[in-house]
Design a binder for this molecule. Structure first.
Ligand SMILES: C[S@@+](CC[C@H](N)C(=O)[O-])C[C@H]1O[C@@H](n2cnc3c(N)ncnc32)[C@H](O)[C@@H]1O
Length: 273
């Protein structure tokens, strides 16, 4: 898709709503703690991480501040890139975080130039996930990690409840099952692949989000969004709790590593008398 034809799905009302429920700079659930879970055990200090689908940049500021990473955030929606740049500059992090507008397809990054490919809840929008994984593999240094989370589907065909939730969301989704990520990553050449189904955690969190939206957050939401949009998002979240509880909408965390090359020199040295 060309830059000219890419529609900006994340309109200002949706952004305002998501930041109200998920926190400033975050367009996905769980805030900084969810980012920590994705990068758990990875040493990012002084390392270069790219973030696929950086949104408003809250994730990237956390990766830089708390984990010491240098970050390049890649984002398909140009207005979000501008907002994220302004937020990083205001936070005094512009020297450690760069936000770049990108399109799906080849990444404008050199082979073996990146320590970690990070992504939080963005690959759901990507139609060509296998192509994306090939690009992540290409840009990762040997031994580098892919660390990501995403929304996923179950093995069932979409039900009417699922179609209704899609309609409420109004975003373009290409959902996979968790296992399909594992298969595609393996076929790409990744190793040390781990897949964690986190659906029950998000189910519980989403119930709390919906209760907040219908309760103490409702007046603020109405003030920020207006009555009609507030009612829309409430219904959107109710529909999401339905498909989460039916197990049709799922969430998962994924880790995979680009293999280190075999150390041929060390191998030949070991044969020396
Ligand atoms: C659910 S939001 C998550 C944003 C951010 N990761 C966060 O957690 O706050 C998904 C983001 O991915 C972006 N996106 C979708 N497809 C993309 C692609 N192929 N490359 C880069 N960004 C993409 C969307 O525009 C959106 O900002």
């Amino acid at each position: 898709m060309s830059e000219e034809t890419h529609a900006n799905d994340y309109d200002p009302k949706l952004l305002a709503m998501l930041e109200l429920i998920w926190g400033e700079g975050f367009l996905s659930p769980g805030g900084p703690a969810a980012v920590d879970e994705i990068v758990h055990d990875l040493d990012l200090d002084g390392k270069l991480a790219i973030d696929i689908g950086s949104g408003l940049g809250g994730v990237d500021m956390h990766l830089a501040r708390q984990h010491g990473a240098r970050v390049i955030g890649l984002e398909i929606e140009a207005p979000l890139v501008d907002l994220a740049k302004a937020a990083a500059a205001a936070a005094g992090l512009a020297d450690r975080i760069e936000f770049r507008h990108c399109m799906p397809g080849p990444l404008a990054l050199a082979d073996r130039s990146v320590d970690v490919v990070f992504s939080k809840d963005s690959l759901i929008h990507e139609a060509d996930k296998a192509g994306a994984f090939a690009e992540y593999f290409r840009v990762l240094k040997p031994g580098g990690w892919l660390a990501m989370s995403d929304w996923m589907r179950s093995e069932q065909p979409y039900s009417e409840d699922m179609e209704y939730w899609f309609e409420m969301e109004g975003l373009t989704y290409h959902m996979w099952q968790l296992d399909a990520y594992g298969t595609a990553l393996k076929e790409t050449g990744f190793v040390e692949i781990s897949l964690a189904d986190t659906s029950s955690d998000y189910r519980a969190l989403c119930d709390r989000e919906y209760a907040l939206m219908a309760g103490e957050l409702k007046a603020e939401m109405t003030g920020v969004l207006g009555k009609e949009s507030c009612e829309h998002f409430l219904e959107n979240w109710r529909a999401m709790t339905v498909v989460l509880h039916k197990g049709e909408l799922r969430t998962g965390r994924i880790r995979a590593r680009k293999p280190k090359p075999e150390n041929r020199r060390a191998g030949s040295e070991s044969k020396r008398p």
